[in-house]
Design a protein around this ligand. Structure first.
Ligand SMILES: O=C[C@H](O)[C@H](O)[C@H](O)COP(=O)(O)O
Length: 245
């Protein structure tokens, strides 16, 4: 890796860490039930939470992880864990995102955790997003895939249905079944992920979201519309907030 690329990677990592740490410092207080997101940015929020519990700055915390990966990280810090069944109303959920538009609509799930992330976020009193500034977009769907979690049963049929969604007609969309190391990628919930790729921003977000979830065989999709309350955007100049209007 060249020195310039190394510096850029280190810099991005610092920005993720700054966002994750700041989210915990500003939004988590003793006694709270906290949804813990998944991904390389949420990683730092879990780390900060673990540190603060360890040094006694935060007490009586219960955390609800959104993936086995996050659960393992939380366990390594001895963070007390619960579920939505034991703690149905988290005070706050902190998570990363793949894309964020100016209305705080999100694409999530490129790390495969979208179902549990959405279940936890939807129940949380406050949903805090942490991203580096490159995640900000004018329209969703421009930097990568829109992930959709589907049942393995007859996945080819469900994939065809995804391409037939009315809201996508007239735009160029393609679908790929997610693979990992030459095998079909399987989520924590034993489902598959179809990644939808768009040539231009996804049109009619609300209709698209409704039509996707209406497909029998779709478990959940990665459009998180009107869910985030605040987004901490981390850049070279520091962190700025985008709040729900
Ligand atoms: O499934 C993964 C999650 O939605 C992540 O929050 C999202 O992919 C962002 O991850 P990262 O912070 O690693 O870019």
């Amino acid at each position: 890796m060249s020195r310039a690329v190394q510096t850029q990677v280190a810099c991005t990592e610092d920005m993720k860490k700054a966002a994750g740490y700041r989210a915990v410092d500003d939004h988590i207080h003793s006694g709270m039930v906290v949804g813990l997101g998944t991904g390389s940015t949420a990683y730092y929020a879990v780390e900060r939470l673990g540190q603060k519990i360890k040094n006694g700055e935060l007490v009586d915390i219960v955390a609800i992880p959104t993936s086995t990966k996050t659960e393992n990280q939380a366990r390594s810090w001895n963070i007390p864990l619960g579920t939505l069944d034991t703690h149905p109303s988290p005070d706050v959920a902190i998570d990363g995102a793949d894309e964020v538009d100016s209305h705080l609509n999100l694409i999530k799930g490129r790390g495969g955790a979208l179902l549990r992330e959405k279940m936890v976020a939807i129940e949380a009193e406050k949903f805090v997003i942490i991203v580096v500034e490159s995640k900000l977009v004018q329209g969703l769907g421009v930097t990568g895939a829109l992930p959709v979690e589907i049942t393995p049963f007859c996945w080819k049929r469900t994939m065809r249905c995804l391409l037939d969604v009315e809201a996508f007609q007239g735009c160029q969309v393609s679908a790929t079944l997610r693979q990992e190391q030459d095998r079909i990628y399987v989520t924590d919930n034993h489902n598959y992920i179809v990644d939808l790729f768009f040539k231009e921003p996804i049109p009619e977000l609300v209709s698209a979201a409704r039509q996707l979830i209406d497909i029998v065989g779709v478990v959940e999709h990665g459009l998180f519309l009107h869910m985030a309350d605040v987004c901490l955007v981390s850049g070279k100049e520091g962190i700025r907030l985008i709040e729900k209007k």
